[in-house]
Design a protein around this ligand. Structure first.
Ligand code: C5P
Length: 252
């Protein structure tokens, strides 16, 4: 546990950062790839630490990289929040579960934020937390999708058509009442272990919560909160960083 100059909020943020980053090409784990000379994870952590709502961060580091990540975070004195580092799992869902298990019990509101969304606007973090505080058990930032999205079968044939105006691309941070997220992850662990549903780990946390019938509330997302997955995304993020005001506010 690293405790830095502690102004405290009432929210704990879980930061899954244990992905391999295969789509970015071989080398270091994705969260440690450099953007503007600094690891993606550090960009994300600094923005999260600047949000007034945040009291604690729990980072799920790539297995074996926990000491490296702890050293990086300790050097970032401006984080100004309690920071805990745990080892991540083989899938995102397990990394989030490991971070949730290590989150101090005093925090009733939990945000989950992908390290790969390194340029998240600080205001979006507080907006998600505010929406939970105002009574929504599950909150996601979401953007309309520009492309037409179809469902295909294993052979690549179209099996379903979806009405674009009803679709949204979901981002992080996603915010939850802690009891709701914990119940969703308990159910998900059972789901993933059952033969009929093995291999269907969710790609986000709101998806797990929705499976239990909890309504997920959406708020406007932000293009700056894009997930950095490919080399093209990294180049785009470099361009965003180079702008005079690098982080746009949501919907700016
Ligand atoms: O793989 P994907 O793009 O969905 O990853 C989203 C986030 O989840 C990234 O920040 C990545 O580091 C994290 N992740 C993780 N553990 C894994 C896989 C992904 O923490 N096993």
């Amino acid at each position: 546990v690293t405790t830095l100059n502690g102004r405290r909020g009432d929210v704990v943020v879980l930061v899954p950062a244990a992905g391999a980053g295969v789509r970015l090409g071989s080398g270091e784990p994705k969260a440690l790839r450099l953007l503007g000379g600094e690891p993606l994870l550090m960009h994300a952590v600094r923005r999260l630490g600047e949000a007034r709502c945040v009291g604690c961060l729990v980072v799920a580091a790539p297995a074996g990289y926990e000491p490296v990540v702890r050293a990086l975070l300790a050097s970032q004195a401006s984080v100004g929040r309690q920071v805990i580092v745990v080892g991540g799992g083989p899938q995102r869902q397990q990394s989030v579960a490991a971070a949730l298990a290590a989150a101090p019990a005093e925090f009733d509101i939990v945000l989950v934020h992908d390290a790969a969304r390194a340029l998240v606007p600080v205001s979006l973090v507080d907006d998600v937390a505010d929406a939970v505080r105002n009574g929504h058990d599950a909150v996601v930032p979401a953007l309309p999708v520009p492309d037409t999205i179809i469902q295909v079968d294993q052979a690549g044939g179209q099996v379903g058509s979806l009405v674009r105006s009803t679709l949204r691309a979901v981002q992080t941070p996603q915010g939850f009442r802690r009891s709701v997220l914990a119940a969703a992850h308990r159910a998900a662990a059972v789901h993933a272990a059952a033969p009929a549903t093995a291999g269907t780990a969710a790609t986000d946390d709101a998806g797990l919560v929705a499976r239990l019938g909890t309504r997920v509330h959406t708020i406007p997302g932000s293009e700056a909160a894009m997930k950095i997955t490919s080399r093209r995304d990294l180049a785009l993020a470099e361009a965003l960083l180079a702008q005079p005001q690098p982080v746009a506010s949501p919907e700016a």
